[in-house]
Design a protein around this ligand. Structure first.
Ligand code: ATP
Length: 501
């Protein structure tokens, strides 16, 4: 087992002005600010409506505390991240440099909060709200109480094949949902996978995630330890999703084999092994799983399997009628004359610019020829699918309902398997060397522009077909949809409401 981080003594939080981050623009927040009084009460701390109790975990950025809502009694996890305050005694040049650095340090938690509050997926940990103090951020998260996948593997060894497939399908479902919304995780690792009480996964820590435009490249080095893709270590520009496929491959290797594919105590030596990409597979590993891993752990991102290939791989779909459900809601293409300013002003936290700039850029994308062609194609396809569905429904409405029941029961069947203890080989002592992980660099600013060519996520097979205008077309459109869907949920369920699972 990994040595548990020591429980730190209860700290006292100074009284300081607090700002609630709800994804809304600060201009309209004027007058809403209130003073929060975090106080000690016995051995617990009170923060606004939450009583903070034990430490759930400590990460490189901060710590996570268990909290209980004073009125509802509901449990949450509160992630506490320090804010870097410039030292007033330093020279003006140093202060100026520090201010730039602080601004970029601020970007990560703000973007993490903005994304975590918008993403709505059963296998992604949700965020209810974030409170910004002078010295700290407090992120109120869904409490995931089934433990860490890492602890399970350390104590039980590798997973049985069916359990590995179940969790791989859930990770794949969450990644597809993100990618289809122009979001990349960029630092997926086994520690970021928690288990809910229902026995499903929840991905935490979107701290290094970002939105991506399929027609441009990101440059920031992200990821740490055993999981970053070789192109990130080589400081090459990347689009985004291909790096997540690599990290997903490393996670799947750990689930299926009980050890990491690339290992070394020495960080430069570890990075050299990752860049070389030569992987050893245990002789007992299922050949289908080995083939899938060999397609994911390809050093050249242009020949690495796409997420679509991974999710449709025979090993992934074995025992299921198809790839995992990405839990995407049905969307109609957005028209430039339908853009709602109430949605625009909540598109904050992504360095998109001012409200006016966001609206201008969004309308520009929506009026572009390439978008227009994508919408026309989407509509034609819908007509064809609709007439096909009508014919199928008339002829086979009975059999279609039985297919959907079959799918559900297959997922339910697999859900039961992880509780069975595996006596397989356990080789995860590598986590005792976790301290070797390099610190992440500051995130890059996203340049938003009109796609000048077809997005390159269309490569390999479907390059002649325009991208779906409702999913993955452009980050501004995706974030617009996510904000609008969040507003709709708030209207129905009430603000910040979500059920822990
Ligand atoms: N929602 C949650 N429910 C329960 N425990 C959690 C939750 N979120 C985080 N934790 C615990 O806190 C630990 C640290 O959280 P997290 O990884 O988000 O922190 P971090 O500082 O961003 O870490 P990193 O080192 O990956 O940057 C996790 O490994 C987990 O044990």
């Amino acid at each position: 087992m990994l040595p548990q981080p020591p429980e730190r003594s209860q700290e006292s939080i100074p009284v300081e002005p607090e700002r609630q981050f709800t994804g809304e623009n600060s201009r309209r927040q004027e007058g809403r600010d209130q003073l929060i009084l975090p106080v000690s009460e016995g051995s617990c701390r009170v923060l606004s409506d939450y009583i903070l109790t034990k430490t759930l975990g400590v990460g490189s950025m901060g710590k996570v505390k268990l909290a209980q809502h004073v009125n509802s009694g509901e449990k949450f996890a509160i992630k506490i991240l320090p804010r870097v305050i410039p030292n007033p005694n330093t020279s003006s040049e140093t202060v100026a440099k520090a201010t730039v650095k602080d601004a970029s340090n601020d970007i990560r938690p703000l973007r993490e909060a903005a994304l975590s509050m918008l993403l709505h997926h059963p296998y992604i940990c949700r965020m209810r709200e974030m409170t910004v103090h002078q010295n700290r951020y407090y992120m109120v998260l869904e409490y995931v109480n089934g433990g860490q996948m890492l602890d399970y593997i350390i104590s039980h060894g590798r997973l049985r094949e069916r359990a590995a497939r179940k969790f791989a399908r859930q990770i794949g479902s969450a990644l597809e949902y993100c990618h289809k919304n122009n979001v990349v995780h960029r630092s997926l690792k086994i520690e970021d996978i928690l288990i809910s009480q229902a026995g499903n996964i929840k991905i935490i820590d979107f701290g290094l995630s970002n939105v991506y435009d399929p027609s441009t490249h990101l440059k920031t080095f992200c990821g740490s330890g055993y999981f970053p893709a070789p192109e990130m270590l080589n400081a090459k520009a990347y689009i985004g999703p291909e790096g997540d496929v690599w990290s997903f491959g490393v996670v799947l290797y750990v689930l299926a084999c009980g050890k990491v594919p690339f290992d070394d105590r020495d960080m430069p030596a570890l990075h050299a092994k990752i860049k070389r990409g030569s992987v050893g597979y245990p002789v007992w590993l299922n050949p289908g799983c080995k083939h899938l891993l060999s397609r994911m752990l390809v050093t050249d991102p242009s020949t690495r399997a796409t997420l679509t290939e991974v999710l449709n791989h025979p090993w992934m779909t074995q025992g299921f009628p198809g790839p995992p459900d990405p839990h995407l809601v049905r969307r109609e293409p957005l028209r430039f004359n339908e853009v709602d300013s109430n949605v625009i002003y909540r598109m904050t936290g992504f360095e998109f610019g001012t409200e006016e700039e966001v609206e201008k850029k969004l309308v520009e994308v929506l009026r572009s020829d390439i978008y227009h062609r994508a919408v026309q194609h989407w509509e034609r396809k819908r007509c064809i699918n609709k007439s096909r569905d009508d014919v199928t429904n008339e002829k086979h409405w009975d059999s279609s309902s039985s297919i959907s029941l079959g799918y559900k029961s297959a997922e339910t069947d697999l859900t039961a398997s992880p509780s069975r203890k595996s006596k397989c080989f356990s080789g995860l002592d590598f986590y005792c060397r976790k301290l070797f992980s390099p610190a992440p660099s500051s995130p890059a600013t996203l340049a938003l522009h009109l796609p000048s060519k077809l997005p390159s996520n269309l490569s390999r097979g479907d390059a002649c077909e325009p991208t779906d205008p409702t999913y993955g077309f452009h980050p501004l459109i995706s974030i617009y949809f996510l904000v609008r869907e969040k507003m709709e949920r708030e209207r129905v369920e009430g603000p910040g409401h979500f059920a822990n699972s």
